[in-house]
Design a protein around this ligand. Sequence first.
Ligand SMILES: Cc1ncc(COP(=O)(O)O)c(C=O)c1O
Ligand SMILES: N[C@@H](CCOP(=O)(O)O)C(=O)O
Length: 464
Amino acid sequence: MRYISTRGAAPELGFEDAMLAGLARDGGLYVPASWPRFSEAEIAALAGLPYEEVAFRVMWPFVGEAFSEAEFRDIIARAYAGFDHVARCPLSQIGPNDWLLELFHGPTLAFKDVAMQLIGQLFEASLKRSGKRITIVGATSGDTGSAAIEAFRGREGVDVFILFPDGRVSEVQRRQMTTPGDANVHALAIAGDFDDAQARVKDMFNDHAFRDAVGLAGVNSINWARVLAQAVYYFTAAVALGAPHRKVSFTVPTGNFGDVFAGYVAKRMGLPIDRLVIATNQNDILHRTLESGAYVKGRVEPSISPSMDIQVSSNFERLLFDLYDREGPAVTELMGELGTLGQFALSQGAVDRLRAEFDSARVSEEETRAAIRETLAGTGKVICPHTAVAVHAAKARRGDPAVPMVVLATAHAAKFPDAVEEACGVRPALPPFMADLLDRPERVTPVPNDLAAIEAIVAREKVA
Ligand SMILES: Cc1ncc(COP(=O)(O)O)c(C=O)c1O
Ligand SMILES: N[C@@H](CCOP(=O)(O)O)C(=O)O
């Protein structure tokens, strides 16, 4: 499989180079040159297989010659060995035909582990082969950062710098990033919001001299391998509920548009997904875009689902590329308008296609709290605020009741104890292996929202 940039002006790469490159050199995002398609029989054959085998079959067409079949199987096995559930991403029932897809059984208690644990193994195999040293710089609104740190802490030849918005992540999220003592881990608290952090990371990639000097690599969903690994659980869930003989719908709590885009990828590969619902909190740029056809940047408003406090959704660019018939210049023009004017308008054709693929709902803070309360009352389950946003949206956008609705449960409630306790009166406890998290010493560097200052810190502090 070859990978092409959404802006159409960067060299085509194979899987391994696209994974290591992060952002394309023209500022775009790498996507596969075509979407592989599974037959009904191939999808039916996934039923009952272990998660690792489904992961292999779904991802293999995208990986091609980068790794041998045996190497890739081994990488997948090591990635998921540390998950605390035998199904890795199990389904649990919350209504007559309504399900939670539990994505928080990895080491940092959020769905980011599903892809990040795999990426850690992929990078290690690749860097061992090449002997290269790299500097990972990532932006986080709370969960990507800890997952990346966990996947790369202590690894040879890799530094990992994570920019998080100072004061805008939960205490548990912050401490997951600031308490690992490894010399190659660097938590940077930026004076700004997540959009600032993500913009500075992209600026670093677009500064080619800096990028080459430090061997910059990315593990945000800028990295195609992140999105690919997340497509797998749409298959395991849908097949468990009757696909391909039955359609299945998904509701996805959304911020950077990576997770829901992974659902779109699964659909393009032939998975019979009925509705794909984008659930946003009050940071609702995606919902507004579906309603109005204009993508208009807003100010990030802090919420009780902080990981979704995002107003520039990076992966929307990947969708735009398809909506505009994979025309790089059209995407370049729109992204240029976003940079200069803070907005762009979609063509009528693009809006029609967008609405044909996705549905959306914006969920208020009060509706989020109510969803936490009602889920506890109805099922005995304590859910995190991000999951609660999606639970509410799934109800609001429920289509045919005969079609199963799967809500992606993206984090463990214990990452957000204050918000959850305020909503339902129950304070969720951290699992025993991190019970002392709040007592561990923290190490964090405050940084201004300034490219040159951040680059100087990265260049100075890297140890690899
Ligand atoms: C717990 C949680 N839920 C939902 C999201 C939104 O996912 P995405 O950014 O892929 O849209 C995030 C952040 O990525 C998250 O950390
Ligand atoms: N919500 C994310 C934001 C970064 O998203 P990514 O999928 O591009 O890494 C987070 O928790 O950091």
